[in-house]
Design a protein. Structure first.
Length: 288
């Protein structure tokens, strides 16, 4: 059965995030909770969300003796340029661009004090200041070179698969708010998804961020669920992989109705839908 390889330190899996950093990411994120007079930008919400997700991945791998390398991770931004946002150091500098999770855990860019809402024990909520690791900051400039980002992702996962041919295949999560400005991304996505380990092909999931309050289209199974006559939504749908069994189970636990054709795709995502798909996409269940 594909997508069933056990994930262990000897046989890790990989997560690669592709983050749109084009100028339009400065726009307010539809449905985001306002701070002060304005809603936060898509770039800000995306950076905060992925930094938090990286911290959660670290915590999932933390054991008494330290952080176990179940996952290798990478983050690529594409806007003014296409570039890794997490810079490998030491022995990983000339590798695949993906670093073991323990390497990530030890090297945040900085720690910040953030306010977090927690239960007060009496049924209410109180605010608590917590130290939060920050690996990269929001950026928003120039166009949307998505094709270049997908091409870099293909090179990255190809190198990683050469070193881990029997592992659960890499998961690539692309988050964008607009159409590619450097070509047709579908063929680059198809090339990326053709790379495979013994356990299955690379998984590519896509999240389209919205400026509007329009309801998101979450985890569709067919084109009929997409906005009518929207070629961009159609392209992203075709680019997206079907969810394997373990991730369909995770989606069902989050309250989604899924079937064998359900794709890892959200269109017009609000912050809640963004977090939901990133969580589902990083939850293969066979962690040892």
């Amino acid at each position: 059965m594909p997508y069933s390889a056990e994930i262990s330190r000897q046989q890790p899996t990989a997560f690669l995030f592709l983050l749109d950093q084009s100028a339009s990411m400065q726009d307010p994120f539809g449905g985001a909770e306002q701070t002060g007079d304005a809603a936060p930008s898509k770039a800000r919400v995306l950076a905060d969300t992925v930094n938090q997700l990286l911290q959660n991945l670290v915590l999932r791998c933390a054991k008494e003796e330290g952080v176990r390398d179940y996952f290798h991770v990478g983050v690529v931004g594409y806007g003014e340029r296409v570039q890794p946002l997490i810079q490998p150091t030491g022995e990983y500098e000339t590798g695949t661009g993906l670093v073991p999770i323990s390497h990530l855990a030890d090297r945040p860019r900085r720690m910040e004090q953030r306010v977090k809402e927690v239960a007060d024990g009496d049924g209410g909520i109180t605010e608590q200041r917590v130290k939060t690791p920050i690996w990269f900051d929001p950026q928003a400039k120039n166009g949307t070179p998505m094709c270049q980002a997908l091409d870099l992702a293909a090179q990255t996962v190809r190198g990683w698969i050469d070193d881990h041919p029997s592992s659960f295949p890499p998961v690539v999560l692309n988050v964008t708010d607009g159409e590619a400005t450097d070509g047709e991304p579908l063929r680059y996505a198809q090339q990326l998804r053709e790379f495979a380990t013994d356990d299955g092909e690379v998984l590519l999931f896509n999240v389209h961020l919205s400026e509007s309050e329009a309801p998101p289209v979450e985890l569709p199974s067919s084109r009929a669920e997409l906005p009518p006559d929207d070629e961009y939504a159609e392209t992203l749908f075709q680019m997206s992989s079907r969810l394997p069994f373990s991730m369909r189970s995770a989606a069902e636990q989050e309250g989604y109705t899924v079937d064998l054709d359900t794709r890892g795709f959200v269109f017009n995502a609000d912050p809640t839908a963004l977090v939901a798909l990133l969580e589902i996409g990083t939850r293969p269940s066979n962690l040892r």
